[in-house]
Design a protein around this ligand. Structure first.
Ligand code: ADP
Ligand code: MG
Length: 929
C-alpha cells in the first residue's frame, strides 16, 4: 500500500500524523534540489508534466484518467514540494517551513488546514497549487476580496512564473469574455469567490460554446471545476454560504408584446378564429385565426422566431381573453390584477398566474404590466464550491466549525501546529454592568497603552459601534484609524501598519483581513506611502529609484520600533463585544501574536450586550445587582466560560439554520444541474435527432389524450384535435381519416406516423445537418425561456411557502413537492415548444433577434459578520418562535431575518430581490412599495 493510501485511510485524529509523515520525505530531497541550477530547477516542471501525461495516456475512460492522474500527482508530491520550496527560497527569499509543508499536504488531500494568522498560508497554497496545476486542468485560488486576489497573484505569481507556470486573475472589472478566458486558461487562476461563481452562471447563459470563459467546457469529460484552494474558508463556506449569487435583469419590450397580443386577440372571434373548451380550460386557434394573427402582426409565419415565442403569447392572450373573467377570477385593485380564490372568494395577495398568463390578463385590462427585474441565474456559494472535484481550504479558525465542514462539504479539518510556539496572553473577559461603563473602561485602557506606545487593535462588531468608539477616542485626543471593510486596498495599507509604535486602529472584524501585522510597522508600505506623498507615480522609474532609496531607512526604523513594541508586550487586541460565534472572536485575537511574537488580548463586555442580555443573565445579574458599582468589572474564568457556552448555543442554532436553508436550496440545485447539463450538451453539439422523435411521440400521445377522452369515437373532439395538432405541426390528417379509425391507440399511431413522416420530409428538404442545427438552437432557446420563467415562479413559490410556514404545514416538504411538480410541468412545456418550433422553423437565421436583456445586475453576499448582526435579527424577529434546541422531526422555518441579505452593487434593488434594509422581504414588499 502506497504512502497516500495509508494517509487516506488514516483514521479520525490521525490526520495530523499523516501530514507530518510527508515532511521527512520532502526534507530528504532538499540537498539534491538545492544543487540544481535555476534552469535545471525550472526543467523539473516539464519533467513532472510529462509524467502526468504518461499516466493519462494509459487511461481507457475518463474516470480512469482522473484516477491515474490523481495517483501520479500523489506520487510526485514530495519531489514537487521540494521544488516549490527551493523556488520559494530563490525567488521570494522564503523557504517553506515544515509546518507549511504539512499544511500544503493537507490542502492537496482536500482537507481544511487550520493554520493561525501569520503562519504564511499564502505561501502554503503555492505547494498544492503547483502540484495540481501539473494536471493541466487549471487550479483556482479563491480569496475573499479582489485586493487579496491581486496581491496573492502578484506575490506568489513570481514563484510560479519562475517555475514556468502561468498565472491569471479574475476579479470584477470590465474585462471581455476573451480576456477572461485567457485568465482561466492559465495554470493557476486567483480570484474572488463571487467572481468564480458569477462566471460559472454567465457561462451557463451563453448561446455559443466559444463564449464560455471557464475552461473544461471544451472537453466534455472534464468539469471546469477541478481543484480549488479556498483561503479564509470559514468566511466563504460558512458565513457567506447562505446567500445566493444572483444575476438578474429584465427582457426589454416584453410588456409591449403582451399589449400587442391583447389588441390582436380582441379582434378575433370565438368559433371562427378559435375554439374554446370551458371544461378543459383550453382555447385553440383555428387555421383561419392563425392567419389573421399573422396578418395583424405583419409576419409570414407565426413560428418564425423561436426567441419571441409568438405561439405561446397567442395562447396566453386567448386564455386571458376567454377563460379568465374579471370580478370572478380576478379583480382590479389599485391598478393591479389580483387573483380571487375560487373557493373562498378572498383575494390571494402576492400570487400570480404563471407562464406569462398574468401579464396577458394585465394587458387585456390595460393596466400596467410590471416590468420587474427577475432572476436570470442563481447559485449559492455552498453549491458552487461543492462542484469542485477536490476542494481544500485554509483559515486560522476552523476547528470550532469542524462538524459543519464535515457535514456540509465533506471536508476534514486538520489543525497544523504553529511554526514557533504561541506566546500571546489571552486574558479573561471584563464584564461591566452597563455599556457606557464598558466603553469608558475600554477607552481608559486604550489611552494607557497608547501613552506607553503599545500598538492597539480595537475590534468592534459593527460599523456603528466603531464610530461610537471613535468619538470617545476623539474626545480624549487619541489619534486613531477607523476601518469598516469597505475599501479593501486602502484598509489593507492601514492595517499593515497597525503594529507601529503608538498606533491605535479601530476595525470591524473583517476589515483588512488577510493582511499581516508586523510589529514596528511594515517598511515596504511606509516607503511606498512616502513616495506617493512626494507626488511620484507608481510604476515609473523615479518611483522605483526613490523607493529603493527610502526602504533601508524604514527597515531600520521598523526594526528598532519593533524591538520597543516587543518590550511593551506586542500588539494589544481589545475586543469591545463578544461576537455570536467564537470563531470570529478568535479571528480578532489571532491578529496578535503571529509567528511567536509577543501579544495580548482582552474582551470588554457588558450586561447590556446582545449576547449577554439573551443568554448569560441569571447568575451574573444576581451578582451584579443594584449595589454593584458601575465602574468595577467582573472578571472570572467562570463567567468567560458561561459566555462561551452561550456562544456555543448560538453557533449550534446558526448551524441548524444553515442546514435547513441548504435543504431548501437542494431543490433548486438539482434542477439547475439538470438544466445546465442539458444546455452544455447542446452547446457541445449533441445530436438531438433521436430526442426529437421521442418528443414528437410523447407530444402526440398528450395531444390525443387531451382531446379523446374515451376509447370510442363519440368521446372524441375531432375538430379540436385537428386544430390543436396543427399547432404542433402542419398535419395532413383529415376528419374523414379519423372517422375510419377504431380505438384510441390506432389514432395515436396515425398522428405519430404522420408527424414522423413529415419530419423525415423536412430533414430531406432542409438537409439533415441543418435540421440538427435547428433542433439545437430551438432547444437552447426554449430551455432558456422556460428556465427563466421557472426561476421567477420559484421566487413566488418561496414567498408563498414562507407564509404557509406560519400555518401548520411543513414548508420544506411543500416546497419540495411543488418545486418538483413545477419542474416536471416545465420539462413538458419545453418538449411541447421544442416540437412546435422544430417543425415550423425553416432555416436557422444567425442573427435572429434574441430578447434584449436589460438592467443586468449582480448581487452577492455582503461581507459577513460586520454590518449584519445576525443574532440581533434572529432574536428580535424570532425569539418567541424559535426553540433553543431543535427537534429533529420538527420543521424549522427559515427565519427570514437570519438569512443574510445580498448587498447590491447599484442603488435600487430589483423588485423581487431582497430589500436593502435587511428585513428579508422582497424589495417590492418592503421599501419598494
Ligand atoms: P496568513 O495568511 O497565514 O495569515 P500570510 O500568508 O499573510 O499569513 O503571511 C504572513 C507573513 O509571513 C508574510 O509577511 C509572509 O511573507 C511571511 N512568511 C510566510 N511564510 C514564510 C516563510 N516560510 N519564511 C519567511 N516568511 C514567511
Ligand atoms: Mg492570509
Amino acid at each position: 500500500m502506497g504512502l497516500f493510501n495509508k494517509i487516506l485511510h488514516a483514521g479520525e485524529g490521525r490526520r495530523l500524523k499523516a501530514v507530518q509523515s510527508i515532511v521527512p520525505e520532502v526534507n530528504a530531497l532538499e540537498p539534491d534540489v538545492e544543487r540544481l541550477s535555476d534552469d535545471q530547477l525550472v526543467a523539473k516542471t516539464s519533467e513532472f508534466k510529462a509524467r502526468v501525461d504518461r499516466a493519462r495516456s494509459s487511461a481507457k475512460n475518463p474516470q480512469q484518467e482522473k484516477d491515474l492522474v490523481g495517483d501520479a500527482l500523489d506520487e510526485m508530491l514530495p519531489e514537487a514540494f521540494a521544488v516549490v520550496r527551493e523556488a520559494g527560497r530563490r525567488v521570494l527569499g522564503q523557504r517553506h517551513f515544515d509546518v507549511q509543508v504539512m499544511g500544503g499536504t493537507a490542502l492537496h488531500l482536500g482537507w481544511v488546514a487550520e493554520m493561525k494568522t501569520g503562519e504564511g498560508k499564502t505561501l502554503v497554497s503555492t505547494l498544492p497549487a503547483y502540484l495540481n496545476a501539473l494536471a493541466g486542468r487549471g487550479v483556482h485560488l479563491v480569496t475573499v476580496n479582489d485586493y487579496l486576489a491581486k496581491r496573492d497573484a502578484e506575490w506568489m505569481g513570481r514563484l510560479h512564473r519562475f517555475l514556468g507556470l502561468s498565472i491569471g486573475v479574475v476579479v470584477p472589472d470590465d474585462s471581455t469574455a476573451d480576456e477572461k478566458r485567457v485568465q482561466y486558461d492559465c495554470d493557476i487562476t486567483y480570484g474572488t469567490n463571487n467572481e468564480f461563481g458569477f462566471d460559472y452562471l454567465r457561462d451557463n447563459m451563453v448561446v455559443e460554446i466559444a463564449e464560455q470563459v471557464q475552461r473544461g467546457h471544451r472537453n466534455q469529460s472534464w468539469s471546469p471545476h477541478f481543484f480549488a484552494v479556498v483561503d479564509e474558508v470559514d468566511s466563504i463556506l460558512i458565513d457567506e454560504a447562505r446567500t445566493p449569487l444572483i444575476i438578474s435583469g429584465r427582457a426589454a419590450d416584453a410588456a409591449e408584446l403582451y399589449y400587442q397580443f391583447a389588441r390582436v386577440v380582441r379582434g378575433l372571434q370565438r368559433d371562427r378564429d378559435y375554439e374554446v373548451d370551458e371544461a378543459k380550460r383550453t382555447v385553440v386557434p383555428t387555421e383561419e385565426g392563425v392567419e389573421r394573427v399573422e396578418q395583424a402582426l405583419g409576419v409570414e409565419n407565426l413560428y418564425e422566431n423561436v426567441h419571441q415565442n409568438y405561439v405561446h403569447q397567442l395562447q396566453q392572450a386567448l386564455r386571458g381573453k376567454e377563460l379568465f373573467k374579471r370580478d370572478v377570477d380576478y379583480i382590479i385593485q389599485d391598478g393591479e390584477v389580483k387573483i380571487v380564490d375560487e373557493f373562498t372568494g378572498r383575494i390571494l395577495e402576492g400570487r400570480r398566474w404563471s407562464e406569462g398568463l398574468h401579464q396577458a390578463v394585465e394587458a387585456k385590462e390595460n393596466v400596467k404590466i410590471k416590468e420587474e427585474n427577475q432572476t436570470l441565474a442563481t447559485v449559492t456559494l455552498q453549491n458552487y464550491f461543492r462542484m469542485y472535484e477536490k476542494l481544500g481550504g485554509m483559515t486560522g479558525t476552523a476547528s470550532t466549525e469542524a462538524g459543519e465542514f464535515a457535514h456540509t462539504y465533506d471536508l476534514q479539518v486538520v489543525s497544523i501546529p504553529t511554526n514557533r510556539p504561541m506566546v500571546r496572553m489571552d486574558n479573561s473577559d471584563f464584564i461591566y454592568k452597563t455599556e457606557d461603563a464598558k466603553y469608558a473602561a475600554a477607552v481608559d485602557d486604550i489611552e494607557e497603552r497608547y501613552e506607553q506606545g503599545q500598538p492597539v487593535l480595537v475590534g468592534t462588531i459593527s460599523v456603528e459601534k466603531s464610530e461610537k468608539l471613535s468619538r470617545e477616542l476623539q474626545k480624549k485626543g487619541i489619534p486613531h484609524e477607523v476601518l469598516n471593510a469597505k475599501q479593501h486596498e486602502r484598509e489593507a495599507e492601514i492595517v499593515t501598519q497597525a503594529g507601529k509604535l503608538g498606533s491605535v486602529t479601530v476595525a470591524t472584524n473583517m476589515a483588512g483581513r488577510g493582511v499581516d501585522i508586523l510589529l514596528g510597522g511594515n517598511p515596504e508600505g511606509l516607503a511606498r506611502r512616502e513616495c506617493l506623498k512626494e507626488g511620484l507615480v507608481v510604476g515609473t522609474p523615479e518611483f522605483g529609484a526613490r523607493y529603493e532609496e527610502l526602504l533601508p531607512g524604514f527597515q531600520e526604523i521598523c526594526q528598532a520600533e519593533g524591538e520597543k513594541v516587543r518590550e511593551l508586550g506586542g500588539l494589544y487586541v481589545l475586543g469591545t463585544e463578544r461576537h455570536e460565534s467564537r470563531r470570529i472572536d478568535n479571528q480578532l485575537r489571532g491578529r496578535s501574536g503571529r509567528q511567536g511574537d509577543a501579544g495580548e488580548s482582552r474582551f470588554y463586555l457588558s450586561l447590556e450586550d446582545e449576547l449577554m442580555r439573551l443568554f448569560a443573565t441569571g447568575l451574573m445579574s444576581r451578582v451584579m445587582n443594584a449595589s454593584f458599582p458601575d465602574d468595577v468589572p467582573l472578571e472570572s474564568k467562570m463567567v468567560s466560560r458561561a459566555v462561551e457556552r452561550a456562544q456555543g448555543t448560538v453557533e449550534d442554532r446558526n448551524f441548524e439554520i444553515r442546514k435547513n436553508v441548504l435543504k431548501y436550496d437542494e431543490v433548486m440545485n438539482e434542477q439547475r444541474k439538470i438544466i445546465y447539463r442539458r444546455r452544455q450538451q447542446i452547446l457541445d453539439g449533441e445530436d438531438l435527432g433521436e430526442e426529437a422523435i421521442k418528443a414528437i411521440e410523447s407530444a402526440m400521445a398528450r395531444l390525443v389524450g387531451e382531446y379523446c377522452l374515451g376509447e370510442y369515437f363519440e368521446d372524441w373532439d375531432v375538430p379540436g384535435l385537428l386544430d390543436a395538432a396543427r399547432l404542433y405541426y402542419p398535419t395532413r390528417i383529415t376528419k374523414d381519416q379519423i372517422d375510419e379509425i377504431i380505438g384510441r391507440e390506432a389514432l395515436e399511431d396515425l398522428f405519430v406516423e404522420d408527424a414522423k413522416a413529415l419530419y423525415d420530409d423536412k430533414a430531406e428538404s432542409v438537409g439533415v445537418e441543418n435540421l440538427r442545427d435547428i433542433e439545437r438552437r430551438v432547444m437552447l432557446s426554449v430551455i432558456d425561456q422556460h428556465w427563466r420563467e421557472h426561476l421567477y415562479e420559484m421566487d413566488y413559490l418561496q414567498e408563498g411557502i414562507n407564509l404557509r410556514a406560519m400555518g401548520q404545514q411543513d414548508p420544506l416538504s411543500e416546497w419540495q413537492r411543488e418545486g418538483f411538480d413545477m419542474f416536471e410541468a416545465m420539462m413538458g412545456q419545453i418538449e411541447d415548444d421544442f416540437v412546435r418550433y422544430v417543425f415550423h422553423l425553416q432555416v436557422v437565421v444567425d442573427d435572429e433577434p434574441r430578447p434584449d436583456i436589460r438592467n443586468i445586475s449582480y448581487s452577492a453576499p455582503s461581507d459577513p459578520v460586520q454590518g449584519s448582526n445576525a443574532i440581533e435579527a434572529a432574536m428580535s424577529a424570532q425569539a418567541e418562535e424559535m426553540p433553543l434546541s431543535f427537534d429533529d422531526d420538527q420543521p424549522v422555518p427559515i427565519p427570514a431575518a437570519v438569512q443574510q441579505q445580498p448587498v447590491r452593487a447599484d442603488k435600487t434593488p430589483g423588485r423581487n430581490e431582497p430589500c436593502f434594509c435587511g428585513s428579508g422581504k422582497k424589495y417590492k414588499l418592503c421599501h419598494g412599495r
